[in-house]
Design a protein around this ligand. Structure first.
Ligand code: NAD
Length: 482
């Protein structure tokens, strides 16, 4: 398979020769061989990208001043180009991070175009201007203004979907963007830049500068940036939050999670195995909202442990390009070490391993870990408190539904969660008690129309829905001369 190699960076609407001479080589987790390379961005490239984004935003007749309808027509063209490259996008993501191809086609190939159209349309249909009556007969015109130049920093786990969560609302609002993809997944970001160029996005409205955390930190603190939008680890989020706090710079942080999947005593998990798998182990366990703490009622504890164990055991582990495969490799050797380290901690702490715990037999290449289930886990154990980011579940017993809710809420995080029951009303009632930004009943699936984000150490702010658009705008009041 030929490697995918680029020798230029997409800055200011052109493919430009990079300032530096070093490259980022992407190693595929499937083959452990190079999949491609791109120039490594430098601080000079970030300066050029921010200057281009600044010029695009500040241009008196430019993108930020266009009518929403005019921006929508470009976003529609962008959506078409993204769809055209959808299969190749899915292929690159699988190649770089091991995402099962079915998931890559479902999320990475299609979701970005859906979001471009959704947010472009929301700007056209939604009220961007309102006249409010004031005191003593006064009137105020309240408008939503684009916030400016956005630094978008994204991780490797769902690189295109997460990029689109930021890019679509930012562009629709009239902002310009400097995107810094993770080093592990740069090849899909460059394909996105190709789509932007083909769609006729005005120069400087989108710029892509690949690099590691130092470059990300430089971009976050850059004087030309007006807003930072970050998805990734809680540790990096805290560092970014500190910088933005000092600068009083608006920031959205989508961070880690350790969500609870509460199984009620009437749940039929055998019937719902595929949905339960998707809600707890999708993408090889590398998604922030997964319900990796499974809370099981003591009255049916053995049966729930068996059902979860059977689910994990029945998964096909292997080459993620095979559509029959459920679980592919982890993104990197480092990530596998980390996950295996947590499995060792679980064993040492006395949790009962019911399946998995090792590497799949007969596989000599690729960073695979078997789907793993620990039973009899105490919620205070490290494997129940820390984000593992791999296919590892902890089953925790509970006595009453009130206990289950208390255990779900006894976490540093609050991003996702799910309730499993044959009585949807009861499920909705339990969901009400969970301190978390999102909860699913008998499934977990984000929806473009509804806000997504976390509380506590899971982050600040919301993406998706109108809330996701508002985070790229600021309200402005003009007190009219009556
Ligand atoms: P990370 O947070 O270190 O990196 C995510 C992105 O932020 C990358 O583009 C990285 O270059 C950049 N970055 C890192 N530190 C930065 C800083 N101080 N300033 C600016 N940019 C910075 O995550 P990772 O190394 O890719 O993964 C480590 C852990 O993070 C995972 O094991 C998992 O627990 C968590 N994670 C969470 C999510 C999520 O969606 N919540 C996604 C990926 C990883």
């Amino acid at each position: 398979m030929p490697t995918i190699d680029y020798d230029a960076l997409y800055i200011g609407g052109r493919w430009q020769t990079p300032v530096g001479e070093s490259t980022i080589t992407v190693i595929s987790p499937i083959t452990e061989q190079p999949a491609g390379s791109v120039p490594r961005g430098t601080e000079g490239d970030v300066d050029a990208a921010v200057a281009a984004a600044r010029a695009a935003f500040d241009d008196p007749g430019g993108w930020s001043t266009w009518t929403p309808q005019r921006r929508l027509s470009v976003l529609e063209a962008f959506a078409v180009e993204l769809e055209r490259r959808g299969p190749e996008t899915a292929r690159r993501v699988t190649l770089q991070n091991g995402m099962p191809t079915t998931v890559a086609h479902a999320i990475e190939a299609g979701f970005p175009a859906i979001l471009m159209r959704y947010y472009g349309g929301l700007m056209v249909d939604g009220d961007q201007e309102e006249i409010r009556p004031g005191m003593g007969g006064g009137r105020t015109r309240v408008t939503r203004e684009p916030i400016g130049v956005v630094a978008a920093i994204v991780p490797w786990n769902v690189p295109q979907g997460i990029t689109a969560l930021k890019l679509a609302p930012a562009l629709a609002a009239g902002c310009s963007v400097v995107l810094k993809p993770a080093e592990e997944t740069v090849l899909d970001a460059f394909l996105l830049a190709e789509s932007a160029a083909a769609a006729g996005l005005p120069p400087g409205v989108l710029n892509v500068v690949p690099g590691g955390r130092e470059l990300g930190a430089y971009l976050v603190g850059h004087p030309g940036v007006d807003k930072v939008s970050f998805t990734g680890s809680t540790a990096a989020g805290r560092a970014i939050g500190r910088t933005c706090g000092e600068l009083l710079r608006p920031v959205t942080l989508e961070l880690g999670g350790k969500s609870a999947a509460i199984v009620l005593d009437d749940a039929d998990l055998d019937m719902r195995m595929e949905s339960f798998f998707a809600a707890t182990m999708m993408n090889n366990g590398q998604i922030c909202w997964l319900g990796t703490r499974v809370l099981a009622p003591r009255s049916r504890y053995g049966r729930v442990v068996d059902a979860v164990t059977d689910m994990a055991r029945s998964r096909v582990v292997g080459d993620p390009f095979d559509p029959a495969v459920h679980v592919g490799p982890l993104v990197s050797a480092r990530q596998r070490e980390r996950v295996e380290g947590y499995i060792a901690v679980g064993r040492q702490d006395g949790a009962r391993l019911t399946t998995g715990g090792g590497r799949p037999a007969g596989v000599d290449r690729g960073w695979y870990v078997e789907p793993t289930v620990f039973a009899d886990v105490d919620n205070s154990a490290r494997i129940a408190r820390e984000e593992i980011f791999g296919p590892v579940l902890s089953v925790i017993p509970y006595d009453t539904v009130a206990d289950a809710i208390a255990i779900a809420n006894d976490s540093d995080y609050g991003l996702g969660g799910s309730v499993w029951t044959e009585d949807p009303d009861r499920g909705a009632e339990v969901a009400r008690g969970i301190r978390s930004g999102t909860v699913g009943i008998n499934a977990y699936s984000n929806d473009p129309h509804s806000p997504f984000g976390g509380v506590k150490a899971s982050g600040l702010g919301r993406e998706l829905g109108p809330e996701g658009l508002h985070s790229y705008q600021f309200p402005k009041s003009v007190y009219l001369d009556n």
